[in-house]
Design a protein around this ligand. Structure first.
Ligand SMILES: C[S@@+](CC[C@H](N)C(=O)[O-])C[C@H]1O[C@@H](n2cnc3c(N)ncnc32)[C@H](O)[C@@H]1O
Length: 307
């Protein structure tokens, strides 16, 4: 991940936002000025309803913001979130993938390159987006294997299904669903991958427990996320459950340090956790972030090493 990538986040406000207090209303008046002289009492403007106090911004749950955001991105057709696929996959790997999948890709690592998939394995991509990782995985597990993608954004799911069809991949099944309650049978999956998704959840352990739940004995999850460095300033608190904090969740940066994240994964029911990270890049307020790859083994002694 390069420094430019780290700065390349789109503000969620650009796509969806309730009106903020500072934004002028249709009459050109700042809402907070409504009672303080923007409209003269009894004036025609006030009679016409201009400069009435702004309604309070409606509460929008974080997951609704996130889903709307990715639906909008899928329709818009290009993402500038997180890393460019060419920085994480080789030209050979990307050769057969439709251009529009690359443009929508919003990952921050390459879980598929961190693990040696074998033919016949069942792989699930939690938060698959437009499907880049699952398309690459599908070729690696072959016709005897199976790749299931799960995403909350209907538009992203449509995009991933279309890509699989165009690439002639019959072993790909993309499902609309919430990864906290994944539409996947318990204990049936060899490998769960997730690329830049967990940052969007106020309760990350809920997702991690769901990941552990679908893994079969000996299974492993490979999770890529952007985390704060251990040595720098602490990550800022994000407002859980308030629409004002939704932008923080819709970004890819997990509001945790490397070691906080590792402890969180361990506490979610995995037997063993390993973590590798890329170099640090500057982020906001003097903090540094890194793209971390987490290997979370369901059991403490995996049947076979994954990588
Ligand atoms: C940053 S994008 C990453 C997409 C993909 N992994 C990639 O590398 O391009 C995050 C994805 O997570 C999905 N997502 C967010 N919340 C979700 C949820 N509760 N359940 C399923 N998917 C979710 C979004 O719709 C989006 O496609």
């Amino acid at each position: 991940m390069g420094a430019d990538d780290a700065r390349g986040f789109i503000s969620l406000d650009e796509l969806i936002r309730p009106r903020t207090a500072a934004e002028p209303d249709a009459c050109g008046c700042a809402p907070e000025s409504a009672d303080s002289g923007c409209c003269a009492p009894g004036s025609a403007e006030q009679d016409a309803g201009c400069c009435a106090p702004a309604p309070a911004a409606a509460f929008v749950p974080v997951e609704t913001h996130v889903k709307q955001r990715y639906d909008a991105l899928a329709v818009q057709g290009a993402s500038t979130l997180c890393c460019s696929p060419t920085s994480v996959y080789t030209p050979e790997e990307l050769a057969a993938v439709p251009e529009w999948v690359l443009e929508l890709s919003s990952g921050c690592g390459s879980p598929m390159n961190a693990i040696a998939l074998r033919p016949g394995q069942t792989v699930v991509d939690f938060g698959c987006g437009a499907g880049l990782d699952l398309l690459i995985a599908a070729r690696r597990v072959g016709e005897t294997g199976r790749v299931i993608g799960v995403d909350a954004s209907t538009q992203m799911v449509r995009t991933a299904r279309r890509a699989a069809r165009e690439m002639g991949l019959s072993n790909v099944d993309v499902r609309v669903g919430d990864i906290r309650r994944p539409p996947v049978r318990e204990a049936t999956v060899d490998v769960v991958m997730s690329n830049c998704v967990l940052g969007m959840f106020p309760d990350k352990q809920e997702v991690l427990r769901a990941v552990a739940g679908v893994l079969r004995p000996g299974g492993v999850a490979v999770i890529s996320d952007v985390v704060y460095s251990d040595g720098g300033p602490p990550p800022p608190d994000v407002a859980v459950g308030e629409s004002a904090g939704a932008e923080d969740f819709a970004r890819c940066v997990v509001g945790m340090t490397e070691s906080q994240y590792r402890d969180l994964v361990l506490g979610a029911g995995f037997g063993r956790v390993e973590m590798r990270s890329d170099g640090l890049v500057p982020y906001r307020d003097g903090a540094e972030v890194t793209s971390a790859m987490i290997f979370a083994y369901r059991d403490d002694s995996p049947a076979q090493p994954c990588c």
